[in-house]
Design a protein around this ligand. Structure first.
Ligand SMILES: [Zn+2]
Ligand SMILES: [Zn+2]
Length: 131
């Protein structure tokens, strides 16, 4: 499967091939701050299937383990990256309906006014491998 996406203004475009190994909702405070929304929805892929096909992102190192790629013109946040992993913020996909979230993570930081009834597993922190 090949996935295409990009930012709001169109300067940044990307392509990623393969199936995501995790898709879900992250309620961590960093995701809240960077998106301006109560949580983000991300799809994690192996790094080597990903390429920018138009434009170059700016990066913000949001923690010791990851940097976040965004459009320097329109500020859309597109990626969460480190040397091995690459997460795509699902709203930037051309066809976001095609992803299937499987869980919530960092619900310890979830806002009290977010009400969930999707029945998906919730993890207080990062998802444990195999959970
Ligand atoms: Zn843009
Ligand atoms: Zn997060």
């Amino acid at each position: 499967m090949e996935w295409l996406g990009g930012c709001l203004c169109g300067d940044l475009r990307y392509r990623v091939s393969g199936e995501p190994y995790w898709v879900g909702h992250c309620h961590c405070v960093m995701c809240q701050k960077i998106s301006g929304a109560p949580f983000t929805t991300g799809a994690m892929f192996a790094r080597d299937g990903f390429e920018w096909t138009n434009g170059k992102p700016a990066y913000y190192q949001s923690s010791e383990i990851a940097k976040r790629g965004f459009c320097p013109r329109c500020s859309s946040h597109l990626t969460w990256e480190n040397e091995k992993e690459l997460g795509i913020f699902a709203g930037s996909l051309d066809q976001p309906e095609d992803i299937k979230p499987i869980s919530h993570i960092w619900t310890s930081e979830m806002r009290s006014w977010v009400k969930l009834d999707d029945g998906l597993p919730r993890n207080q922190g990062e998802e444990e491998p195999g959970s």
